[in-house]
Write a new protein. Structure first.
Length: 201
C-alpha cells in the first residue's frame, strides 16, 4: 500500500534529506495503530523537466495486520514516472494557456527520451476529465472551509479549466494560511495529499 507523505523542498532536497524524512514519519500502522517495523527500501526512477533521478522509497511492515506500506514523497504520485510539477505544468499549458497538445509536450527532452508521447498525455487528460466533477466539489468544499466568503472560479465543475483554476486558488490559499512556501509544495502535490485515494490527480 502506498502512503503519500508531505515532503517540502522538491526532489533535489529529497536526495539529501530522504533518510531523515523517513525517520520522522510515525511508526504506527495507519490501519490498526500497531507498531510497524522497517521493511527495506527500493529505488524508483522519476523524471523532471530536464533530468532523471533515482530516489529511495522506504517501506514499513505491520506484523499485526500483515500490511506493507511504501511511503511516497508528495512530489510524486504513486506509480507515476513524472514529477507532479512536470505533469501540472504540461497540463496547465494545454488547458489554461490553450496550447496544443503537441506544443505542450514538445519541449520535453531528457536523456534518451525525446518527447513524452501524445498517448500518455491524452491518458492524463482523460483521467482528469473523469474525476473533474468530484475533485472540484471536494476543492470547493475545502476552499469554503478555509475562507467562507472566498470568491470561487466560474465555470462548469466538469471542466478541466475550472478544475485547474480551483486547484490554483486552493493551493494559494492553503499556503497562505499554513505558512508553507508555494514553491516547496506544488499544486498536484497538495491535491494528492488532500484528496481521497480514488481522486488522486
Amino acid at each position: 500500500m502506498s502512503i503519500i507523505v508531505t515532503f517540502l523542498g522538491g526532489i533535489s532536497q529529497y536526495l539529501i534529506d530522504a533518510k531523515q524524512w523517513f525517520d520522522e514519519i510515525t511508526n504506527r500502522c495507519p490501519h490498526c495503530e500497531a507498531k510497524t517495523h522497517r521493511h527495506g527500501q527500493y529505488l524508483r526512477t522519476v523524471w523532471s523537466e530536464l533530468s532523471a533521478f533515482q530516489i529511495s522509497i522506504f517501506r514499513r511492515y505491520c506484523p499485526s495486520c500483515t500490511r506493507t506500506f511504501s511511503y511516497i514523497p508528495s512530489f510524486i504520485k504513486p506509480y507515476a514516472r513524472f514529477l507532479n510539477s512536470y505533469r501540472f505544468h504540461r497540463i496547465g499549458c494545454h488547458v489554461l494557456e490553450q496550447v496544443s497538445i503537441n506544443k505542450a509536450i514538445r519541449s520535453f527532452s531528457v536523456a534518451s527520451i525525446t518527447s513524452i508521447s501524445t498517448t500518455t498525455f491524452r491518458r492524463w487528460l482523460k483521467r482528469l476529465r473523469g474525476i473533474a466533477s468530484d475533485v472540484n466539489k471536494h476543492l470547493i468544499k475545502r476552499l469554503l472551509e478555509l475562507q467562507p466568503n472566498l470568491p470561487l472560479p466560474s465555470g462548469r465543475v466538469t471542466d478541466l479549466f475550472f478544475l485547474l483554476q480551483t486547484a490554483l486558488k486552493f493551493h494559494l490559499r492553503f499556503c497562505e494560511i499554513s505558512g508553507v512556501s508555494a514553491d516547496s509544495l506544488g499544486v498536484f502535490d497538495l491535491l494528492n495529499l488532500e484528496l481521497p485515494t480514488t481522486l488522486r490527480v
